[in-house]
Design a protein around this ligand. Structure first.
Ligand code: 8YV
Length: 317
């Protein structure tokens, strides 16, 4: 294929170097994030761009999409589409593709890591040893996790992968989600508040976006048993972050394990200063293996939509 024949693709935000290299080999690439004058770039070069690559945590603003009249596909490095206006993309015949399936295990593993780290004070205990405090006495007791009650908010692929792992810890598993999944051997609660009231650990595994924004708020934290834990591997937007901070400060709940935040990469100092909170920099899917698989999916998803014979967005009679 000659340079002229390569489809034009815009990379919105930085992705892995190895993915960028492959994109540059296989497509005619522009990098939005590198442009000095982004508006001028879009005005001069937006027409003719057929594919857009973005990250799940970044999405894309409609103001950018409006400058890409020929766009056929948005290939998301991730599974979250909460930062993309799906009504706009549907209306404008733009396909949105995600890296479904390949990051499920890693994100579920991260939920379990946060669950264990939070309940067993793993990070604090590590610090205790490194600071030489063990020489002065033993580390305080922590809380058992095996056999406890786990509530999962959101029973999609990731929620189910968490449930399978938690079953290995003999946890009793309940869930709340839009629809009951009768084929699953877990107890269903139609109402998140009722679920929250009856669990020792609440894991957030629901998609982000307007439907779930702020659903985990003061009323949920008030309903949760004392000493219960909240784990979030989904989106910061699902939790009202200020309500979480207040609930932790007031000891309405016992702790939190968080991989995602309301305004990443900014993490409130209140959370940073609390011993009973374990913090991760949104790395649920960040393993070599999974990021490689995600990269391959991003490329395949672009080719699926761009290698069609006609580069027109619309089929002709
Ligand atoms: C990625 C994500 O970390 O899948 C998603 O939606 O948020 C994550 O897996 C992110 O897209 C890459 O930065």
């Amino acid at each position: 294929m000659t340079q002229q024949q390569k489809s034009r693709v815009l990379i919105l935000a930085p992705v892995m170097d190895s993915l960028t290299e492959k994109l540059e080999q296989q497509f005619s690439v522009d990098k939005y994030f590198d442009q000095q004058d982004k508006q001028a770039f879009l005005a001069a070069h937006g027409k003719g761009i057929l594919g857009l690559v973005t990250r799940g945590d970044v999405g894309v603003d409609n103001s950018i999409l409006e400058c890409l009249p020929d766009l056929k596909v948005i290939s998301v490095f991730g599974v979250g589409t909460d930062a993309i206006d799906l009504a706009y993309t549907a209306k404008n015949n733009i396909q949105v593709e995600i890296t479904s399936g390949v990051l499920t295990d890693d994100v579920a593993d991260m939920a379990m890591a946060l669950l264990l780290a939070t309940s067993r004070n793993v990070c604090q205990a590590d610090k205790f040893v490194r600071e030489g405090k063990w020489l002065e006495g033993g580390f305080p007791l922590s809380s058992k996790i095996s056999g406890k009650r786990l509530g999962i908010f959101g029973m999609g692929q990731i929620g189910q992968a968490i449930a399978r792992r938690a079953s290995g810890f003999d946890m009793s598993i309940s869930y709340a989600s839009n629809n009951e999944k009768p084929e699953l051997p877990y107890r269903f609660f139609p109402d998140i508040k009722h679920l929250a009231a009856q669990v020792d650990v609440l894991v957030i595994a629901v998609s982000g976006g307007p439907q779930s924004a702020g659903v985990i708020n003061k009323s949920i934290f008030d309903a949760m048993p004392d000493n219960s834990l909240v784990i979030n591997i989904s989106r910061g937007s699902v939790i009202n972050q200020q309500d979480l901070i207040t609930a932790l400060q007031n000891k309405n709940i016992g702790g939190a394990g968080l991989d995602v935040f309301a305004d990443e990469p900014r993490v409130p100092h209140e959370l940073i200063s609390m011993d009973n909170v374990v913090l991760q920099p949104h790395v649920g899917s960040a393993t070599h293996e999974t990021r490689q698989a995600m990269s391959e999916k991003v490329l395949a998803n672009l080719h699926k939509r761009l290698d069609e014979k006609s580069s027109s967005k619309f089929s002709v009679l």
